[in-house]
Design a protein around this ligand. Sequence first.
Ligand code: PGA
Length: 259
Amino acid sequence: MEIIILPSPDDVARTAADAIERQLTAGPSVLGLATGSTPLGTYQHLIQRHRDGKLSFTQAQAFLLDEYVGLPAEHPQSYHSVIRNEFTASVDFAADAVHGLNGMADDLEAEAGQYEARIAAAGGVDIQILGIGTDGHIGFNEPMSSLASRTRIKTLTQQTLQDNAHFFDGSESVPNHVLTQGLGTIREARHLLLLAIGETKAEAIAAAVEGPVAASCPGSALQLHPHVSVLVDEAAASKLSFQNYYQDTFGRKPAWQGL
Ligand code: PGA
């Protein structure tokens, strides 16, 4: 894992956008997109670069990490709607290039299996954006998710219901169930970009990065991946024990290397 501590949330967003731009300019790419508050700044930077004529998504496909069960795609809080409104409708993806899970499928287990097959058929994810929950979840893999899990149905913890209540009309309105890529699925992406902003994420980041690999902190599963960039602002980094080491080594990294 490479841990990169940046002065501000905007630096996190810009650095993540740089990594995605580098991937896109290398050739046809498969992006893994996350919803939630954390990646919004990254999407704003990518939209701006597209508007400035510097970045095109016509050769890219994208896969979402997760989706609520029981929300129709047109519901404003479905992740289909959220990613379209926050990002994909503002750039030039080809029609049908942005893939999400269908949380209204009659057979949710079949939907999960088919989604895995669609990711594989696209050649796998090149670069995956990830946030982290205050309970350490990745995607919607809540604590005790198997580190080898595949796309499946999960029940959200009370903490996640509360954390996401601000997107809805209170926590009672947040769907209890979701479809999410599993930790085993996510770990097959070739490059993982884990983003975290703010003090509320400091404990989860410390457990994921410096704690033991354990199902009690799903983010710790990323320690098993060969190419992870953890981009955090100073507040989200505040509970890390080895901040000086991370700052020093990143400061001396060769510029040509990228993330
Ligand atoms: P947030 O959610 O970006 O809205 O903080 C992150 C997550 O729950 O994975």
